[in-house]
Write a protein that binds this ligand. Structure first.
Ligand code: MN
Length: 582
């Protein structure tokens, strides 16, 4: 059998890579009948960042999306991307949560589980692989491809053998950053095909403009399964276009057998869909060869753009790209993929914005340096490790071995808001936004973010009504919402600051300002506290306060943690800048 099989990623990775994972189920369903007739080996439809985006932005129940897709795609294998022991969240879960999640996903409609670990630590894959096999579904073990002084073909071949021994049905080479070059790919595929009996699936992003060449070289060297995206969402940080690969292989020994005319119709449909999401497009379309230097995966590039834009620091993006390899080396060269891409991305942003490397270290970097994500591919920088965790212990067992069963606790915590086991798992993945989602759903208050009408972006460029202001190290997002009539001397402008009325903001900031011990004076008069004196607590980047660690009247030392904030999906401890009283 020489036929090449295609996994189309239009409903998951393609829009995750190009429009920040925003495609709505309503835009997917109308294409499903056609997609289902094509004869793809599988359609990747779920997992990755889709779960998060559904809850956070689209206000859709991700489980319901899967149910609807299962009904609409009865004849095609449905595939998901699963982060091993992290599932779809950003931490390690206990084995009983992993088992419950896989069982539920299999029951709801997933046939193929592509399972990876950001550190390629196979201990973090075993529970998920076992659970998939127990559900009678296809377990695809994944190698996260990267380049570094400690990664080469032999390393990856050894991992492929291990995945075969662990019971995987196939092996995926996941080139999330688009780093693979054609000849290296050919060699790697040939070696893995020789070393194992399992089919090899190649997932390579088009970021650097090498994907089609790499896919072809892989095919010539024995790969019979490639990932592509319908052309409307192909190229750039996404994947090689499905139609192009089908055309390229037609009437060759590798013919995919897929109908190009039928694919064209689907492509035209998604061209229109994409227009609706123009506000999420990256400013950088087309081949981006910087990835060959910085190894920043597609999803991460578009995320960094939108996050830095929110911080009003888009002009620092080149500095952040340059910082990423430094942080990556200090952390022992992990591949850059969720969650290590976020961990390293956020720390790099902090290093750049604070102007002092590791002056602020995220909680996730601390956990990473304690071994709580698994074993780093190479030794970590001992100085950074010391600075981050002090004398706290480093673990060398599988991280989940230290976790107790969690399902009962999660079920208790979420209580009546959960109408099903799926809801409990939603809460497990995202305690904050998951709970918020379930609350809003129970009170019929789910409101998806609004999409700008087509053409609006152009208008906004010529008439600025939204901008960021940075004041004493704090960035504020200002949106002018209206203007009043001009009176004799002035004219009122109405605006929102970070999307909320100013008064609310004052209350929030008051709680966390410290009075200096000596003077004990308060900043008078001003309606809105500003970081003007040494005792004022500021964060390096705007975020959500998720925990206040001190109470009014508490005495603190310089460096005492006072708050935990969340920004860029990472938690950061904010410390008191001076000794004083809260
Ligand atoms: Mn990908």
């Amino acid at each position: 059998m020489t036929r090449v099989n295609i996994t189309d990623v239009i409903l998951r990775d393609a829009h995750q890579s190009l429009i920040a994972t925003r495609m709505r189920t309503d835009d997917m369903i109308p294409a499903c009948e056609r997609l289902d007739r094509i004869g793809f080996w599988s359609l990747e439809v779920w997992g990755g960042a889709t779960f998060d985006a559904c809850l956070r932005y689209l206000k859709e129940d991700p489980w319901q999306r899967l149910e609807e897709l299962r009904v609409a795609l009865p004849n095609t294998r449905l595939q998901m991307l699963l982060r091993g022991q992290n599932l779809l969240g950003y931490r390690h879960y206990s084995d009983d949560v992993v088992e419950a999640f896989v069982r539920r996903a299999a029951e709801t409609g997933i046939d193929v589980f592509r399972i990876f670990d950001a550190l390629n630590d196979t201990r973090n894959l075993q529970t998920a692989i076992n659970a998939v096999r127990a559900s009678g579904k296809h377990a695809q073990g994944t190698i996260c491809y990267t380049t570094s002084p400690v990664h080469d073909t032999a390393t990856f071949v050894a991992m492929a053998r291990e995945l075969e021994d662990m019971g995987c049905d196939s092996i995926a080479i996941k080139d999330m950053a688009g780093l693979m070059t054609p000849f290296v790919t050919g060699e790697l595929v040939a070696e893995i095909t020789r070393a194992t009996r399992l089919p090899v699936h190649l997932h390579s992003h088009a970021t650097a403009g090498t994907a089609e060449m790499s896919l072809l070289k892989a095919i010539e060297n024995g790969c019979r399964h490639i990932d592509t995206a319908i052309s409307a969402f192909a190229g750039s940080t996404s994947h090689a276009p499905t139609e192009s690969m089908v055309a390229a292989l037609r009437n060759t020994p590798y013919d995919t057998g897929l109908d190009l005319d039928a694919l064209q119709e689907i492509g035209l449909y998604f061209r229109d869909v994409r227009k609706r999401y123009h506000q999420f497009e990256s400013d950088y379309l087309g081949p981006d060869t910087r990835v060959q230097v910085y190894q920043v995966p597609g999803g991460m590039i578009s995320n960094l753009y939108s996050q830095l834009r929110e911080q009003g620091a888009l002009d620092r993006i080149e500095d952040v790209f340059a910082e990423i390899p430094v942080v990556r080396r200090d952390l022992g060269y992990p591949p850059l993929v969720t969650p290590t891409s976020q961990i390293i991305g956020a720390q790099s942003v902090l290093n750049v914005l604070t102007g002092k490397r590791y002056s602020t270290i995220t909680n996730e970097v601390k956990l990473y340096l304690q071994g709580r994500y698994g074993k780093a591919p190479a030794a970590v920088n001992p100085e950074v490790q010391q600075q981050a965790i002090g004398r706290e212990a480093v673990i060398d067992v599988r991280p989940a071995d230290l976790l107790h069963d969690e399902m009962d606790r999660l079920r208790d915590e979420i209580g009546e808001l959960a109408e099903s086991e799926a809801d409990v798992l939603t809460y497990a993945m995202f305690p904050e936004i998951g709970k918020e989602f379930l609350k809003q759903r129970s009170s019929n208050a789910l409101v998806p973010e609004t999409l700008e009408p087509v053409g609006e972006k152009e208008a906004a460029r010529t008439r600025p009504t939204e901008f960021n202001v940075t004041l004493h190290g704090e960035s504020y997002h200002i949106k002018v919402t209206g203007t009043g009539h001009r009176t004799l001397d002035n004219r009122p402008f109405y605006m929102t600051v970070d999307g909320v009325p100013e008064e609310v903001l004052v209350e929030t900031l008051d709680e966390i300002s410290l009075e200096e011990k000596e003077s004990g004076s308060t900043s008078g008069g001003s309606r809105r506290p500003r970081a003007t004196r040494p005792g004022h607590v500021t964060a390096s980047m705007p975020g959500t306060i998720i925990e206040v660690l001190v109470s009014e009247g508490d005495t603190v030392e310089a460096g005492t943690p006072v708050l935990i904030t969340e920004a860029m999906k990472m938690e950061t401890e904010i410390q008191a800048p001076i000794a004083g009283r809260v």
